[in-house]
Structure formats: C-alpha cells, structure tokens
Design a binder for this molecule. Structure first.
Ligand code: ACO
Length: 327
C-alpha cells in the first residue's frame, strides 16, 4: 500500500492484580453471578489501584511491548494511544505515557474510537509507516473504567473493567498488516456514550446530580449492531486480502460479551478453538481487549509468530472495523 511494509514487532499487556468477582458484585448491588455469566460470559474482571491511572497501566504494557519488539524505547518516533477513560479529558493520555517512558520530544496523540480504538490505531500506524513518515510507532490501548463507573448501575458496571495492551509497529521486510477497514456511524452516538463532561453538557452540580457523567448504554441496540457490523468489517478485510475466513489461524473479536462472539462464530461456522476468548477473566476493557488477548495468547503460545489472525471490533460512536495481521 505504500513505500514500506509494516509489521507488529512486539506485543505487551498489563492487567491489574486486583480481581473483582461476580460474587463480590453480588454484595455491592442487586445482581447475580448467574445473570452476569448467562448474559455476558464475564466471571471476573481486574480493577486498578486507586492511584493507578490509565497512563500508568498503558506505560506498563508499553514497556513489555518495547522489550518484546527488541528495540530501544529511544527508537520510537511516535506514540498513539487509544482510550476513552484517559487520565484527563485533555491533554492526551499519549503525552502522559510519553513522559512516563522518558521519550520527551516525540509526537504523541490520542484516538477516541471507543472499543474500536485498537483497529483505528493499527490502521493509522500502518499508513504512517507505509508512507515513510515514521519508523517505529508505539500503539497503546489503555482503559481504567473503574474510576468512572456508576457502581449503583447494574446495567453497566458489571461489564467494564481495567487493563492495557500495547504493540510496537515498525518497518519490515514482509507486510504484517494484510488488510484493515474502518467504519463509523455518528447518527448512533447517543446509544453508547458518556453524556456529561464535554462541551455539550459541561460539568455542573446539576449534571453530576443527574448522573450524566456516567457511561450510558442502550444494551439491546448495541448488541444488535455489534453482531452485524463486526461481520461486515471482517468480510471487508477478507475481500481486501483475498482470503477466506477458513484461512485464518485465529480470530480475536472485541471482548465485550460472549453472546456477541458466539453469534459471529455461528455465522461463519468457526471452530471454537480458533476463537480467542478471555472476557470471562477480564471483562470489557474497550480499546484494550484485542491487544491484551493477542499479547496473552502469544505469551501462552496459543498464537505463534507467523500465524494469520483476524481481528474485529465494535464500539461507541458507533465505530467498527477489522484487520488481518500476520503475527
Ligand atoms: N444483574 C441483574 N439484572 C440485571 C443486570 C445485572 N447486572 N443488568 C440488567 N439487569 C436487568 C435489567 O434491569 C432488566 O430488568 P427488567 O426487565 O426488570 O427491567 C433486565 O435485566 C434486562 O434483561 P435482558 O433484557 O435479558 O437483558 P439483555 O439480554 O438485553 O442483556 C446486556 C443485557 C448484557 C447488556 C445485553 O443487552 C448486551 O449484551 N448488550 C451488548 C452491550 C455490550 O456488550 N456493551 C458493551 C459495550 S459496547 C461494546 O463494547 C461493544
């Protein structure tokens, strides 16, 4: 697609040590392990320490990705961060991660594409490497949902969690991102959002009293769109790469909900052992779910270097997308 090929040189992830189980949630709100597992597949999730910020989680994942890539941090020439639970509304969490890595001077910016953040970041990084603009790009996907969840709202608080995944992308002999496709539909932005805190509904005592600074979601609408849009994106990248889904060694879908993943698995008649699922242990960490799953699967040797992997995500915006990568 450009002058240079681009590959994912290294993967890393960090999940906080503290585990919050469904049984613990039962003591905090009117919910049950049975309801959460049957509707979502989530059994437990990780919660960051009070003082840990999204940039702290991201920097920990980033250090592992840099080490795995076999480069020095100083070789990086751009940092892209995908997050919707960053340290501040602004400045960019990417700048905070840059500071924590001691890489002062190189450009750093955030992408706001919710759960599709990894695919958006991958697509951007690939284009910037292919064009020759940058050589080694750090893409960090990090979320700390626990800080901003309404723990009284059982509809939402049982779903989301904390964690970070990172990849280093760089020039390579062979192409590592075989295809990628991005989509968005802003007319659905009110179905999954945090209404308060921006210029539309600035922070005020009234806004906080009405709970509009918390994440709001129309679960059924999100579900319906997720099960049709992720296949649309996957079909687009399969056609771009000239591949059939059977030729992929593994598929990693956004880890929001097991029922969404199962619906897609049935649609393509995928063998279960090709589809990575870790949402039972980590819940929905939005932009971070796919890079966490990739890095963890490499660590456990479930996915190996050279494998062909399809990834697809759907999230707030609405945004959705997919990619095919050679690990
Ligand atoms: N525990 C117990 N009961 C609950 C809980 C809970 N944690 N949460 C909601 N309920 C209740 C509701 O209050 C409602 O009760 P009511 O009927 O008395 O009003 C009832 O359960 C709703 O039940 P269902 O209609 O069976 O819920 P549904 O099957 O739609 O499941 C869910 C809800 C899991 C949110 C589903 O809509 C879904 O998976 N949506 C996709 C949303 C998603 O995954 N979002 C993640 C963010 S977006 C993304 O990452 C893609």
């Amino acid at each position: 697609m450009g002058i240079y090929n681009c590959s994912l040189l290294g993967y890393g992830y960090y999940v906080p040590e503290t585990i919050l189980t469904n049984a613990q949630l039962e003591t905090m709100m009117d919910t049950s392990d049975e309801w959460i597992v049957s509707r979502t597949g989530i059994k437990e999730r990780r919660i960051a320490a009070r003082e840990q910020t999204a940039s702290d989680l991201g920097a920990l994942a980033a250090r592992k990705a840099i080490a795995a890539a076999g480069i020095q941090a100083a070789d990086l020439d751009l940092i892209i961060t995908a997050t919707i639970t960053g340290d501040y509304i602004w400045p960019a969490t990417a700048c905070r991660i840059q500071d924590k890595l001691g890489l002062h001077g190189i450009p750093a910016f955030d992408i706001s594409a919710a759960c599709t953040g990894f695919i958006y970041g991958l697509n951007m990084a690939r284009g910037l490497i292919a064009s020759g603009s940058y050589k080694n790009i750090l893409l960090v996907c990090t979320e700390k949902f626990s800080a901003g969840l309404n723990w009284q709202d059982r509809n939402v608080s049982v779903l989301f969690a904390d964690g970070a995944g990172a990849v280093v992308l760089g020039r390579s002999a062979d192409e590592g991102v075989l295809a990628s496709a991005l989509f968005a539909d802003g007319s659905k932005s009110d179905l999954l959002l945090q209404p308060g805190g921006g210029s539309c509904k600035p922070i005020s005592a009234e806004l906080v009293a009405s709970g509009q600074h918390y994440l709001q979601m129309n679960g059924k609408e999100v579900y319906m769109h997720a099960v049709s849009k992720m296949p649309q994106a996957l079909d687009a990248v399969l056609s771009q790469a000239g591949l059939a889904v059977e030729q992929l060694d593994h598929l990693v879908f956004h880890q929001a909900n097991l029922r969404i993943i199962q619906a897609i698995v049935q649609r393509y008649r995928l063998p279960a052992d090709k589809v990575v699922v870790n949402l039972d242990r980590y819940g929905n960490t939005s932009a971070a779910t796919i890079p966490i799953a990739l890095a963890e699967s490499l660590e456990s040797r479930r996915i190996k270097r050279g494998d062909l992997v399809g990834v697809a995500a759907f999230g707030g915006g609405f945004t959705w997308g997919a990619a095919i990568i050679r690990i």
